[in-house]
Design a protein around this ligand. Sequence first.
Ligand code: FE
Length: 199
Amino acid sequence: MTPSFKALLSEIRTAHATHPKLAAFVRFPDDLVTQTHTPRHFSCSDVMRDDPVFQSSMHPLSRAFYDAGPDAHWRETYANTNIGSDFLDRFGCYCAIGEGGQWTSKKMAGFVVTMPPGLYYPWHHHPAEEMYLVLAGEAVFHRDGAAAENLCEGEAVFHSSNQPHAMQTFDHPVMAYVTWRNHLGIRPVLTERGGDIAS
Ligand code: FE
């Protein structure tokens, strides 16, 4: 395991112990298993590396995800969908705990997502319950049945099982720590719905 991932695990543990909403959502798991983990990069990995907001963030978990980025096994979550190459090239994600990550757990998954300014992440849903914790930048979070919210560093939002949700960045990028509980093995799918938010 690289020093960057050791440091990342320490910061994840601290976040679960100190952020009230995250602590209430899911505890730091006591069943972590280390797995074989090899770096893998796509164009979307460059967003984290190159954005000055992420480069200069002082949030300790943001820093840890940034520092582990070069060693991470990045994913293209929507590679086999009709979402388009522009989204795939700009929406970054890598897993720390869970499928493809440095560790697995039966109790939770934990990953990081990054979006540059001016990107729309369409409506999607999944059976896992989810919490987003913004680590750097900001984005507008849309949830089915709730008012849209602009969330900044330190703010969190909860998505219930299969509740459709979407995100939009405008003038700022966003980096968020995403945690799942329950139904961990089922990937998100794009939500088919009439009409859509303006992008
Ligand atoms: Fe989600």
